[in-house]
Design a protein around this ligand. Structure first.
Ligand code: NAD
Ligand code: DAU
Length: 339
């Protein structure tokens, strides 16, 4: 591959993916398309912005003309779609942007890629499309879709569009579905970065309900390696699940964070539960292991400690988000104010 387009590359996983790909594939050109919503932070890629193989284009995946222009500038070997509204709590407050970006934006990308004959399209989806598990069992790629939040419903709708384009048009689409990611550059509205940054500031941490919901945690670089493997070796039309085989109740994880940061259980604040809160996610990633030769490489304890260390060393990154100052970096670089 010579040129790929990554959408949503200024977010958490997209920025880690771009850095990973630039390091692993020195001849590869990467164009990052990002609308710079509240979750998009140009500072996440400061260290690669002078790399001759990296280019940033500000714009929305919902903007057909813009997407057509970027895709047709040079031959494009693949489009990897990370761009999304990604936070469940925000989708409960207002599902509008989720329908626009996650569904309409995906449809625009599919149409433009199809007419430009882009040879590979990878949709970055989520395990949340499978709904919620009870105490037993795992999600496989055959588990029926049963999304429970406006966020996961919009992601499932996008997956079904990809499926429909593959089936109807022979479109070269692939889908990945991953469990909860953690690692550097995660926006501090999600559990791990929110709790770390609150604890560092001496604040309490809001645990929803009783904290007995279970998530399956995977380091973001293991997810990035899974997307890379799917891009290089995945079969068109297939879905691949990725997970870290690390199931934890939220309260267990909260206590780990509290201990690692030298605080006490007095930091815990139990708050009203998230409406429709999925009880448990757990991924069976045997297919990715067998067909792609992928395996998670980062042990949870080491990965969590390394993540804490990153947030400790980068408290200014969090503070610039909390204060809104991170939004001015785009203006500094491009001379245009962000809305
Ligand atoms: P994020 O919220 O950190 O980043 C999303 C990025 O998309 C931001 O840079 C934002 O500016 C950009 N964006 C939003 N709307 C856009 C639009 N209309 N056009 C162009 N760019 C737009 O999200 P994340 O956690 O990095 O997740 C990335 C993808 O991975 C999402 O599709 C998400 O559903 C999926 N995913 C996330 C997780 C997780 O644990 N975070 C797990 C599995 C799958
Ligand atoms: O499973 C993959 C999904 O993981 C991704 O598709 C989503 O984009 C990503 O946001 C994540 O969704 P969750 O809803 O699981 O992540 P979040 O960090 O918001 O919450 C993790 C768990 O912690 C969940 O059970 C809700 C709980 N929680 C979350 C927050 C923000 C709390 O108890 N308190 C909080 O303040």
């Amino acid at each position: 591959m010579q040129r790929i387009i990554v959408t949503g590359g200024c977010g958490f996983i997209g920025s880690n993916f771009i850095r990973h790909m630039l390091t692993q594939h020195p001849g590869l050109s990467i164009v990052n398309i990002d609308a710079l919503t509240y979750a998009g932070n140009l500072e996440n890629l400061r260290d690669v912005e002078s790399n001759a193989n990296y280019e940033f284009q500000k714009g929305s995946i919902c903007d057909r003309e813009f997407i057509e222009r970027v895709i047709s500038e040079k031959p494009t070997d693949a489009v990897i779609n990370f761009a999304a509204e990604s936070h469940v709590d925000r989708s409960i407050l207002d599902s509008g942007p989720f329908v626009q970006t996650n569904i309409v934006g995906t449809q625009v990308l599919l149409d433009v890629c199809r007419s430009a004959k882009v040879p590979r399209y990878l949709q970055v989806s989520t395990d949340e499309v499978y709904g919620s598990l009870g105490a037993e069992g795992f999600f496989t790629e055959e588990t029926p879709l049963a999304p429970n939040s406006p966020y996961s419903s919009s992601k499932a709708a996008a997956d079904l569009l990809v499926r429909g384009y593959v089936h109807t048009f022979g479109f070269p689409g692939l889908i990945t579905r991953c469990s909860n990611n953690y690692g550097p550059y995660q926006f501090p509205e999600k559990l791990i970065p929110l709790f770390i940054s609150n604890l560092l500031r001496g604040e309490s941490v809001p645990v929803y309900g009783k904290g007995d919901n279970v998530r399956d945690w995977i380091h973001v670089l293991d997810h990035c390696r899974g997307i890379e493997a799917t891009l290089l070796r995945g079969k068109v039309g297939e879905v691949y699940n990725f997970g870290g085989r690390t199931e934890l109740q939220n309260i267990e994880l909260t206590r780990m964070l509290i201990k690692l940061l030298g605080k006490t259980d007095e930091s815990i604040r139990y708050v009203t539960d998230r409406p429709g809160h999925d009880l448990r996610y757990a991924i069976d990633c045997a297919k990715a292991e067998e067909e792609l030769g992928w395996q998670p490489q980062v042990g949870f304890e080491a990965g969590l400690q390394e993540t804490i260390d990153w947030y400790v060393a980068n408290q200014d990154w969090v503070e610039r988000i909390r204060s809104g100052a991170y939004r001015s970096y785009y203006e500094q670089q491009y001379g245009e104010r962000l809305a």
